[in-house]
Design a protein around this ligand. Structure first.
Ligand SMILES: Cc1cc2nc3c(=O)[nH]c(=O)nc-3n(C[C@H](O)[C@H](O)[C@H](O)COP(=O)(O)OP(=O)(O)OC[C@H]3O[C@@H](n4cnc5c(N)ncnc54)[C@H](O)[C@@H]3O)c2cc1C
Length: 398
């Protein structure tokens, strides 16, 4: 019998296994993932931003764990020789109503203890000559990294300390009893004293499999990107973000220098037709039915119909997408938007139609499920793992 089985070899599952091993080096831990490698889902398809923690409600898990995660991610990279950079980020207001929201964002960041500088239009032009705006906030600590590389380094560290990281091992059933958890997966059956599930886009299904009363639904939101032509990679030196729409859990289409020297544009947020189908047009009826039949999605849809339709239109017509970026980077043209792979976000939506804003963890006597871990969960993975790890040790010590 294993001590702990972790479902999901994304960055959160791997960080949890790592936290367990660091807290108790002798534990026997197995990580199972249904894909043929680690970090193939959200962890391998994101913006690569080490967030500083500006946006999140003071006191929330996101606010606390993002701030801790920013430092922990950089320290992990230093320890493992992984390239990262800290170019800093500007959140740019381009019209008066956004200025009001930008200032409110600055106050929220201050409550979270995040270092930010206010930047007026003239200084903005001096810092970033190709960016226009009335006012901005500068976050000097925001960094960039390839989270896939971070996850691979975590997996290598785990394997070196005796953890089994098993791929092509989709978990099909979970049965809990008084002494442990019995699992059936593609690679056979397993018994463990405790189970952790970090299943990202499948979090609701895996939680249901574990017998939890699941009142939310994971809804896939595609994040489509473009990249700039190589000749324009010096357009900006920092990450450039718009002021986010307070009604939506997404940050808006931004310009991000990447650690491999490109500049990406995006991501947008379009309702996905498949949880794990990355090519444009991928459809999986089971995934569409899962949210179409969920009352919370209808309520969410009614409240966000206009935004949803305009995101869908801008997904089809590059000119609309471009307009979102031209607000702060007016020199860009449609020809500058070159193809780049999309990502798919796992966002939990409640029955009342609200996106679950914070990270969401759920427990049974022997299981801990990470049910909602959208952005900034890649940045926050190390402290999320430590928190989940503490709960699991509590289960083992009972
Ligand atoms: C477009 C986009 C941009 C983002 N940008 C950022 C950013 O810049 N900074 C940031 O901090 N965060 C960002 N995020 C969020 C971040 O990528 C995720 O929060 C994070 O990767 C979540 O990690 P995870 O391990 O929970 O999930 P995942 O990486 O999705 O891993 C879940 C794993 O579970 C496995 N799994 C699922 N079901 C089963 C099963 N039944 N059996 C076995 N295995 C199973 C899957 O194969 C998968 O490997 C972004 C996300 C997206 C999509």
């Amino acid at each position: 019998m294993e001590d702990v089985v972790v479902i999901g070899a994304g960055i959160v599952g791997l960080a949890t296994a790592r936290a367990l091993l660091r807290a108790r080096p002798g534990l026997s831990v197995t990580v199972l993932d249904k894909a043929d490698d680690v970090a193939t889902a959200q962890t391998g398809h994101n913006s690569g931003v080490i967030h500083a923690g500006i946006y999140y409600a003071p006191g929330s898990l996101k606010a606390r764990l993002c701030r801790a995660g920013e430092a922990a991610t950089k320290a992990f990279c230093d320890e493992h020789g992984i390239s990262y950079a800290v170019p800093g980020k500007l959140v740019v207001a381009t019209e008066e109503p956004e200025v009001v929201r930008l200032r409110a964002l600055g106050e929220r960041a201050a409550q979270n203890g995040i270092e930010l500088e206010s930047v007026d239009g003239a200084r903005l032009r001096a810092l970033e000559p190709n960016v226009r705006g009335l006012e901005a906030l500068l976050s000097p600590a925001t960094g960039i990294v390839d989270f896939r590389e971070v996850a691979r380094a975590m997996a290598a560290e785990l394997v070196a300390s005796g953890v089994r990281v098993v791929t092509r091992a989709a978990v099909r059933s979970i049965a809990e009893d008084g002494t442990g958890v019995h699992l059936e997966s593609d690679t056979g059956e397993l018994r463990a004293r405790a189970l952790v599930a970090c299943a990202g886009l499948q979090a609701d299904r895996v939680a249901r499999m574990g017998g939890l009363d699941v009142r939310f639904r994971i809804v896939p939101f595609r994040g489509e990107y473009y990249q700039l032509p190589a000749a324009k990679n010096d357009l900006v030196t920092r990450l450039i973000y718009p002021v986010p729409d307070p009604e939506l859990p997404f940050l808006g289409v931004h310009l991000s220098p990447t650690i491999d020297g490109r500049v990406t544009v995006g991501p947008n947020a379009v309702l996905g037709l498949s949880r794990e189908g990355y090519p444009r047009g991928a459809v999986r009826l089971r995934d569409v039915a899962s949210y179409s039949l969920f009352p919370g999605m209808w309520r969410f849809g009614r409240g966000n119909l206009r935004t949803g339709l305009s995101e869908a239109r801008d997904s089809v017509f590059r000119s609309g997408y471009l307009r979102q970026v031209q607000k702060y980077a007016p020199s860009l043209t449609v020809e500058d938007l070159l193809p780049y792979p999309a990502g798919i976000r796992a966002q939990a939506i409640t029955r009342t139609g609200r996106p679950v804003e914070d990270f969401l963890l759920r427990h049974t006597a022997r299981q801990v499920h990470v049910c909602n871990a959208p952005s900034p969960a890649a940045t926050s993975a190390i402290p999320i793992g430590e928190r989940v790890g503490r709960s699991v040790l509590g289960v083992l010590d009972r």
